[in-house]
Design a protein. Structure first.
Lengths: 258, 488
């Protein structure tokens, strides 16, 4: 009988160690994950570099300024002005602005800087993507047309387009009810009835955008002049944003990390 | 330990193991499964007007450098039974007014780099307006408009009071269990206007000057809003970081009661402890609500030849019953009868221009079709108005149908018409048979605060002494009939 009892207790211990409401597993997982520290305030608002950029980069620009200066959002919002990508880059090249936050690709950004006779340093900080959507389900006629234009075989999966179709939509060559928009519009509350398309069978989500498996992603950059000295405020901002704490801040702000 | 005891012990251990095992498989309180019960769509057809009065108090600017032109007005309320609650509300209103007066600039992005706050103000107005006053909620919009350094900007605050307690009401308090999901979806549909997206930029609404620069995450607890007769109006400004404004003013989104019927719960403010008196003079004055905040369709038609020119429009709110739509379509078509409707039996001489406006509105549980037919001949203007009312299934509604069985509405209408005519045309002789005839041949429609009565055209005297014919249109508040006599 004692053996029975011992045996039962052993089984009990085994079960408890395996299930244990998952809490042991969660704490182990937690132990494995290193806690990433928040960005700390290291300069005053007056010391913060002059900045500019595109409107879509405003949330990141404001967030990093709040974090690095400790200033309230209301004070930061009043100070930071983004005049658009082209204006911001011109301002950077002309020496009127210390740091800009814009979306694009490194090749074309470097080319523009070269034309202006300026060397720049690019810090990729976040990713954005194009989402392809239609405001409602396509009609049968639209689907047939898409199938024939797209070269997809009949019976291809619903709500998917090829990369070729996606390119055509962006270039404006394909007239159909599918449009494209910056990806952040489909996160949060999506309007009713909107259909989001996969591209080459890949859905846009955080993982597929970071891995670039989803083919229509691009980057946000923090850009400074290459001759910005070490220890300058603009270099400190760019490096902070590109680092782990900055990436954490960007994700909390709603961007996809680089 | 005896065998029996041992077996019991083993039995207990097995039971515990089974329990633990089951917990492990199902995930230890990983969450109860929410059943997706179907939510019954409610209808909000009417509300109760609060019986308070309010006045606008004009304030002087005693500062050293008042603006060149200024106008400051704030509201004071009166009529609550509890003086301390009334004092609390008036105190809060004053506090917000003073804060608005002290405020420098506005919190829009980049504001201080564009606006010189040291420059003198050319003009400044701070105004308060009661936008909603029902179901024990008082809703006030505080608006500040400034011109300074050549730039115009505005700022705003919203105040919503629970008249039972004097406490302010937040947006979450309007919804069952604070659930704003229905509201958030409505707003997302509105602001994520995919059709306005520019691939290289942001969502931009040309008519309002705002961009969406990040995803709409839902309304925050401190969201600015007011209530009006259509429903909640949300004000988005610099306190909403998803928005980027280029013209330094707030953007309003009207959400209708029809869009929020599942979760909006204004009736909770009607729950009052027995024996509690909220108003000095209690009342049950009702107000109907608009069924929709949107005009869906507008049809124009014009025709004419020779001496007659005709233009007709038919605009209507959504959810129009089929029968009402047919009625409106019929009324907007030109026909010769229209001429005699306006001019009586006299043939038109000289050029006659006819303007026919037909409007459909969903008010309370009813749908109105109202025709306003006007004729212009030289300097003369004549008019005829008539209305048709339907229930939402498309059945015509008469006054007999609108009021409770056996209720003598005729006498009330006749009495009100007599008062109106005496007040507006004291020299006219009103005989009993003429009065009866007018009432018998009148039409009506359901409006927010009362029943609108439209008589057939009668002769009137213009300010220049000239005679013309026009319908009398006047309103009888619902409490004149008594709420209990109306089929709401």
């Amino acid at each position: 009988m004692k053996k029975h009892v011992l045996f039962s207790l052993l089984i009990l211990l085994l079960v408890l160690s395996v299930t244990a409401c998952g809490s042991a597993q969660r704490s182990d997982t937690k132990a494995e994950k290193k806690e990433i520290p928040d960005l700390e305030a290291v300069m005053t608002l007056d010391e913060y570099p002059s900045c500019d950029g595109s409107p879509l980069a405003l949330p990141m620009s404001e967030a990093v300024c709040c974090a690095l200066t400790g200033a309230e959002r209301s004070a930061v919002c009043n100070k930071i002005v983004h005049n658009g990508k082209e204006s911001a880059l011109n301002s950077l090249f002309g020496g009127k602005t210390d740091i800009v936050f814009v979306e694009g690709d490194d090749a074309s950004l470097n080319t523009e800087a070269e034309k202006a006779g300026v060397k720049i340093e690019l810090f990729p900080v976040a990713r954005e993507y194009y989402a392809f959507y239609s405001k409602a389900e396509l009609t049968d006629e639209e689907k047939s047309k898409l199938l024939s234009d797209d070269g997809l075989e009949a019976g291809s999966s619903e709500n998917n387009i090829s990369a070729q179709t996606a390119s055509a939509i962006i270039e404006g060559g394909l007239k159909c009810s599918i449009n494209y928009a910056k990806g952040y519009f489909i996160s949060g509350y999506t309007p009713e009835g909107v259909v989001i398309y996969t591209v080459n069978g890949v859905a846009p989500d955080r993982d597929t955008i970071i891995s670039e498996e989803y083919p229509y992603s691009f980057c946000y950059y923090a850009i400074i002049r290459a001759d910005s000295p070490a220890g300058s405020s603009e270099r400190a901002v760019a490096e902070a944003l590109a680092g782990e704490s900055g990436q954490k801040l960007l994700e909390e702000t709603g961007y996809v990390r680089y | 330990m005896s065998d029996i005891k041992m077996r019991k012990t083993v039995g207990m251990v097995m039971t515990v193991m089974l329990t633990v095992g089951m917990l492990g498989l199902t995930g230890c309180g990983s969450g109860t499964q929410n059943s997706s019960a179907e939510i019954e769509k409610k209808e909000i057809n009417y509300l109760y007007q609060n019986n308070i009065s309010y006045k606008l108090v004009e304030m002087e600017d005693f500062s050293d450098t008042p603006p060149e032109e200024y106008l400051y007005t704030r509201i004071e309320i009166d009529g609550l039974a509890d003086a301390s609650v009334e004092q609390k509300i008036n105190g809060k209103i004053s506090e917000v007014f003073e804060d608005m007066l002290e405020r420098k600039g506005a919190g829009y992005r980049g504001f201080s780099s564009k606006v010189d706050l040291s420059a003198e103000k050319s003009s400044e107005t701070i105004s308060m307006r009661v936008t909603g006053n029902y179901n024990n909620i008082l809703s006030i919009l505080v608006l500040k408009n400034v011109e300074q350094g050549g730039i115009r900007y505005s700022d705003n605050e919203t105040l919503n009071f629970d008249l039972r307690t004097g406490e302010t009401v937040g947006i979450y308090d309007l919804f069952e269990d604070g659930n704003c999901d229905e509201l958030n979806r409505y707003i997302a549909n509105h602001v994520n206007v995919f059709g306005n997206v520019y691939a290289g930029g942001t969502v931009y609404d040309d008519s309002t000057g705002y961009h969406m620069i990040s995803v709409f995450k839902g309304v925050p607890e401190e969201q600015k809003f007011i209530l009006n007769e259509y429903g909640p109006v949300l004000l988005f400004d610099y306190t909403n970081p998803e928005f980027y404004f280029t013209d330094y003013r707030a953007y309003e989104i009207q959400a209708g009661y029809d869009a929020l019927a599942q979760t909006l719960d204004l009736d909770r403010f009607m729950e009052v402890k027995e024996g509690t008196k909220i108003y000095e003079t209690p009342t049950d004055r009702i107000m109907m609500v608009y069924g929709s905040a949107e005009t869906v369709e507008k049809k124009d038609s014009s025709s004419g030849s020779g001496n007659e020119q005709y233009s007709g429009t038919f605009s209507y709110m959504k959810d129009i019953p089929e029968a009402a739509l047919e009625c409106g379509n019929e009324l907007v078509k030109f026909n010769k009868d229209m001429v005699s409707k306006i001019t009586g039996s006299e043939p038109a001489s000289g050029g006659l221009r006819i303007i026919n406006k037909v409007k459909g509105s969903h008010v309370g549980a009813y749908y109105n079709i109202v025709q306003d037919l006007s004729g212009f001949r030289g300097n003369t203007w004549e008019q005829s108005m008539e209305a048709y009312v339907f229930d939402m299934e498309g059945n015509p509604v008469s006054l007999d149908d609108f009021f409770a069985d056996g209720y003598d509405y005729f006498s009330v209408i006749k009495s009100e018409l007599q008062s109106y005519m005496s007040n507006n045309n004291p020299d006219s002789v009103i005989d009993e048979s003429r009065l009866n005839n007018l009432v018998e041949n009148s039409s009506f429609y359901v409006d927010i605060y009362g029943l609108k009565i439209l008589t057939r055209p009668i002769e009137k005297t213009g300010s220049n002494g000239g005679k013309y014919k026009a319908s009398i249109v006047f309103e009888i508040p619902y409490d004149k009939f008594g709420t209990e006599n109306i089929k709401l």
